[in-house]
Ligand binder design. Sequence first.
Ligand code: DON
Length: 601
Amino acid sequence: MNTVKWTFRSVLPLLAVSVLWAACSSPAPGPPPPSIDPVARVDPLEIPFASPVEFPESWRFTAGAEPAAGRRGMVVSTDSLASAAGLEILKAGGNAVDAAIAVQFALAVVHPVAGNIGGGGFMVARLADDTRIALDFREEAPGAASKDMYLDDAGDVTDASWVGHLAAGVPGSVAGMEAAHERYGTLPWDRLLAPAIRLARDGFVVESRHHDDLSWGRESLSRLPATAAVFLPGGKAPPKGSTFRQPDLARTLETISAQGAQGFYDGWVADSIAAEMKRGGGLITKQDLAAYRAVWREPIEIDYRGWTVISMPPPSSGGVTMGQILNIVESSELGSLGWHSPEAIHLAVEGMRRAYADRNFYLGDPDYVEMPIDRLLSQSYADSLAETIDPDHASRSEEFNRVPLESTQTTHFSIIDEAGNAVAVTTTLNGGFGSYVVVRGAGFLLNNEMDDFTSKPGVPNAYGLVQGEANAISPGKRMLSAMTPTVVINPAGRTELITGTPGGSTIITSIFQIVSNHIDFGLPVCTSVDAPRFHHQNLPDVIRYEVGGLDPGTVGTLREMGHELSERDGISGDVESIWIAPDGTRYGAADRRRDGSALGY
Ligand code: DON
């Protein structure tokens, strides 16, 4: 354990907090944050979230922002209305699983770019009694799907895996929420849907983020009349300050509220999905819908420097691949290299390169492919890969490749309740607004998750992932994901961090950095979330970093080491984290990249 981390956590702010809502508010202007030299550090009691590191001057945020705080519970999501729905459920006596269900449904209403009932996702949780769970509600390929369905006559990949009816996998979110509720919910199901139904039926006041998302998607949304009718009333994105109502979606949610998942996978909603598929040449049938089940899986557990990192197993690659990166860097004293030093970035990138090469070759749906997970996650294998890292020079990706761009069109939320149940959920339609197809009369968007499969081995998908046969399309199979909902337990056995993010192929490396920022560098929760991020996914062989996120000197040194670097457009992820302090205070950090919402009480 390094000194910076120990001293940061060793003293606790005894803040008198009741309800605070804010997401990483900027620190008051004042003296610059202390340097990483422990002697120069200020007393954390006086500035509890002062950062032990500084961000580059070119970076958009300053280090040391203050998180939201709550004594009893905390909900962190990308949208304040969704976070409020979760908080309402916690205050009504629901547990974190109940609140997660309410947030998932609320996001389907207020965050249509990614929140969904027509998509899928993963839930990872550590309950107060130490039960560790992983719930797979990933979409699956329709029964009529086939390996080459996205190849044209010339054998080239078409865009049908991305836009329109053929791009949609059988949705998993409603089954997932019901499965979670059946096992761990405490409040009645209809109580959990009530906030979402209210938001859909009565509408909500459009804020900048809602307007901006819909303006961003306008061109594609306007191509399908049923989609445009819902999201572009009068042909344009609803203006800021207007009230946006979704009566069709309200009716669908009311049916789910009254009938459970059956109200989605059978009955008039299923009829509407099947009819929509027929109209647009899609494949999902009523049989596919009736056959869909959410699956309970064993979470991936990684020991990292005495901490336990719990994350999602396949069909997400998140837990295995992040685990491999952590295991590879564990043999070095990453924490003593200095946060974002060229040496630290080099080590992390070399770990990422090796782990993604394995991901792209080996991983797929565990119900369809054999995977050497134990070996991939063994420390001896990680050590053998670590031995191939030259501390001074970049490796070449071709040496490792056996066969991953991003944005924020997935969404993550983190929740903890008073009892200590900790829940992390990442959910998605894949691309922003998924396939852009709205089920006529039912008012919700269908995913375009089929693009996460390998359409053709060796040809990159939308996230630049060059994947192999293990992730080939097959009827009923679930497409490989990168989603990495994660709970981190400290060496004393206490849940300390709940986290996750969108970002396509960058999800895994972002969450690796959040975990490492916490364990190796002792960064306070907001600083860790606000910090600039970098990414390497083996192919293409380039370190991509956020604009202004690395000092020119660091970039120069990394280039001298043989790395190729490029500044990426846009933002890398939308992390929603909760840090639970030793005195039990819940600190919420919503990513300022998207102005998310942390609500505690
Ligand atoms: O499951 C996956 O890995 C992708 N469908 C996630 C897509 C995503 O994160 C898009 N937006 N940021």
